[in-house]
Write a protein of this length. Structure first.
Length: 256
């Protein structure tokens, strides 16, 4: 459930106040206990966050592949894929905060998950106000970090309408939803977005991406362009991001 309300937090960096609109923040709750999952959903939704619930490690992994999240609340004892394994998978590609909420006892467990890549650990049973405070704290730090990175290296982020490509994290999103691209699909899209309005021939694209000589009857580029278009259109079918210039090639912008 997504709601538009006026809830917000704020972070201060270099003397500048950054307002964090909660209704623009996606949070994934991964908890197999239905009552606890519902409780976390309700307290976060009440604050205006966009909340998605997952009840197993495999369901959470699927959500992370399809959508962009700014924070994950994660239980450890999950069916299919454990919380520990899920942390390792997330940290291969993503940097968003992960808060573990678990009844697993012992200091060793806390140390283990923090070393795996979790950012915080909350013991069950938990206080809901503490959960909200820790969520706000992690989002504040993440927002400051993200803004700092963007200022220091704006070239890492390429944007065309609601399509965003992040060179540093090797992620592509449309309408804040994650687009699962292969390495070559990512490289093709990166090249097109780096040069808006420039038309690339199939030969240009092939030789840049594959580092091999292009043969005129090779259909490889067309197949990859088609795959990229298909993945983007699944999220936003109303926008054509990659345009065909008939008889020449492809470009990212519709401007002539």
């Amino acid at each position: 459930m997504n709601r538009t309300i006026n809830n917000f937090g704020k972070a201060i960096t270099n003397g500048v106040v950054i307002f964090i609109m909660n209704n623009n923040i996606n949070i994934l709750v991964v908890e197999d206990d239905e009552d606890i999952n519902n409780l976390l959903y309700k307290i976060l939704d009440k604050q205006g966050y966009r909340v998605t619930s997952a009840y197993s490690g495999s369901e959470a992994k699927m959500c992370l592949e399809r959508q962009y999240f700014q924070l994950v609340l994660l239980d450890l004892m999950l069916p299919a894929i454990s919380g520990e394994n899920l942390i390792s998978e997330i940290r291969k590609f993503k940097t968003m905060p992960i808060i573990v909420i678990s009844a697993k006892p012992g200091q060793d467990i806390k140390i283990k998950v923090l070393k795996l890549g979790a950012d915080d650990f909350i013991c069950k049973p938990f206080d809901t106000n503490e959960v909200l405070a820790r969520v706000e704290s992690q989002l504040r730090r993440y927002t400051i970090f993200s803004n700092s990175c963007n200022k220091n290296d704006k070239d890492n982020i390429l944007v065309y309408e609601d399509l965003i490509l992040n060179r540093e994290t090797v992620e592509v999103t449309v309408k804040n939803k994650y687009v699962p691209l292969t390495a070559r699909e990512f490289t093709i899209l990166e090249l097109l977005m780096s040069n808006p309005n420039k038309v690339f021939t199939k030969s240009n694209l092939f030789e840049h991406v594959w580092n091999e000589d292009f043969f005129c009857d090779d259909n490889t580029v067309n197949v990859h362009i088609s795959n990229i278009r298909s993945k983007l259109s699944k999220i936003n079918p109303n926008t054509e991001y990659i345009h065909t210039v008939w008889g020449i090639g492809y470009k990212i912008s519709d401007k002539t």
